[in-house]
Design a protein around this ligand. Structure first.
Ligand code: EPZ
Length: 455
């Protein structure tokens, strides 16, 4: 397993970011316009789905981020031809899918969790698949038991080996009844990518219904799949023998949109986020308004700004869609350090997603972490030894400090904190941020941020 620094450098280098550190001058509002591309958490899965087609696929609005580079590499080692058209379209040709040696897969998997989603498509195309040790943000244990249980239900044989997990399907894959213990995004995608070409019908209960899931279903249906989404998290898939390539423009990245919105609020700024849409961000917009942020919905995006006046404390409980998304809490917490009063964030999706607050406390924030389920209902992590609730006492003036990026969203929150603090800060391991934020350096420059990059 790579160190965080190695992950950061590899991620940064893959998209041309040679600097490891950024030194920022705080106190200047971020003002201007940025444009979004497709969602990291959809685009990477859409690229995997292309493996299921007998003919090439065309994916548009693909962001230049390192997670996309990782998946491109993994597809190529499995014989998929991946070429770029213009600056944000990928052509994916799976005509000659072939198996790859586990060491090669391991080398390409790097810091990503996506390799696990190759299982269904490769079992259909090759009758075998290999999962290396998975990476991804260090925000919890992140087991894959739901994935493996689901694959076994389809008839896959799971063989745990020292270098990873090898899967085969000696009798092919057959539709199954599966109920997820928790509406996991990844496990839902696993079932979808496997069931669409399995023999017979699959019924998935307690499924995730995030907008990224719905957009993946749009893509699979374009390929020829038969998928119905009923109410109360039930998805039914009737397997088909053959799928074709798709043409699709990826859903916008609502996590990046929420991150820049939080940056506008914490820096007393005004940012127009081109490509952002209201319907996938309803819950975020409600909380943003309650805190005291303002927004204007326009046809080509959303304007987020600080309308002046005092920010108000809130109680946030993260949850699966349509609840408040876990990836939104880290950037927004910086703004909550400036609110007049006590805010509570109860993180119910990941058990260890408050590591980023250490740096904010070093910068002068008043944040205490608790094991109890504060501000909401008892969650899976209650009564267990996880600091998964945060109490934020404001208002506090942040001051500059040297901080190290712990994970993707934590890293973005550190940029926001440094830009809204008094004085100078240095943020290291910035390559991690390139895993999910396209051209964030150029965007900061366009919004008037004051900083220098250091190798
Ligand atoms: C996806 O992760 C996203 N990543 C995450 O975004 C996002 O936070 C998460 O969904 C929730 O919305 C990608 O799409 C690449 P889960 P995923 O399976 O699929 C537990 C970001 O910052 N679980 O819904 O890995 C798990 O431990 C990233 O962009 C099991 O216990 O999330 C967690 O507590 C971070 N066993 C919970 O379910 C399993 O087999 C939710 O995980 C699978 C999951």
């Amino acid at each position: 397993m790579n160190t965080l620094l190695e992950d950061a450098q590899a991620a940064g280098a893959s998209v041309g970011l040679t600097a490891d550190r950024i030194t920022l001058q705080g106190g200047k509002p971020l003002v201007g316009r940025i444009e979004l591309k497709g969602a990291k958490n959809l685009v990477t899965k859409a690229m995997v789905a292309a493996l299921l087609g007998e003919t090439p696929s065309e994916l548009r609005s693909v962001p230049e981020i390192s997670d996309v580079r990782v998946v491109k590499g993994l597809l190529e080692v499995h014989g998929v031809k991946v070429s770029s058209v213009g600056d944000d379209t990928l052509l994916l040709d799976p005509s000659n899918v072939e198996s790859a040696h586990f060491e090669v897969i391991d080398a390409y998997a790097g810091s990503s969790r996506i390799p696990i989603l190759f299982c269904g498509p490769l079992l259909h195309r090759l009758g075998e698949a290999f999962i290396p040790d998975l990476g991804g943000c260090r925000i919890g244990d992140r087991p894959i038991d739901f994935h493996l249980d689901g694959l076994r239900r389809f008839g896959a044989v799971v063989d745990k080996q020292p270098q990873g997990i090898r899967l085969t399907a000696p009798n092919g894959l057959k539709g199954a009844k599966i109920e997820l213990p928790y509406p996991s995004v990844g496990a839902t995608e696993q079932v979808l990518l496997t069931a669409v070409r399995a023999e017979g019908t699959t019924e998935l209960r307690n499924a995730a219904v995030e907008p990224e899931i719905m957009d993946l279903i749009n893509i699979l249906q374009k390929m020829g799949a038969i998928i119905s989404v009923d109410t109360d998290r039930v998805i039914r898939i009737e397997g088909v023998e053959r799928l074709e390539g798709y043409k699709h423009t990826a859903l916008f990245d609502r996590n990046e949109a929420a991150s820049w919105a939080a940056a506008a609020l914490a820096t007393n700024g005004d940012i127009f986020v081109g490509g952002a849409r209201q319907s996938e961000m309803l819950t975020f917009l409600n909380v943003y308004r309650k805190v005291g942020g303002a927004f204007e919905i326009q046809d080509d995006g959303i304007r987020f700004f600080h309308p002046g006046g005092k920010l108000k404390p809130v109680i946030i409980e993260t949850d699966v869609h349509p609840g408040f998304m876990t990836d939104w809490q880290q950037p927004l917490v910086v703004a909550l350090t400036k609110a007049e009063g006590v805010s509570i964030v109860h993180e119910t999706v990941y058990e260890q997603r408050f590591g980023f607050t250490d740096a904010l406390v070093d910068m002068g924030a008043q944040i205490q972490l608790h094991r109890e389920c504060l501000g909401g209902a008892e969650c899976r992590f209650g009564q267990r030894n996880f600091n998964h609730s945060a109490v934020i006492v404001g208002p506090t003036e942040l001051h500059g400090a040297d901080v190290v990026v712990p994970d993707l969203r934590g890293g973005f929150s550190h940029l926001i904190a440094a830009l809204s603090a008094e004085g100078t800060s240095t943020v290291s391991n910035v390559g991690i941020i390139a895993r999910g934020y396209e051209n964030f350096i150029e965007k900061l420059r366009a919004l008037g941020a004051d900083f220098v990059l250091e190798a």
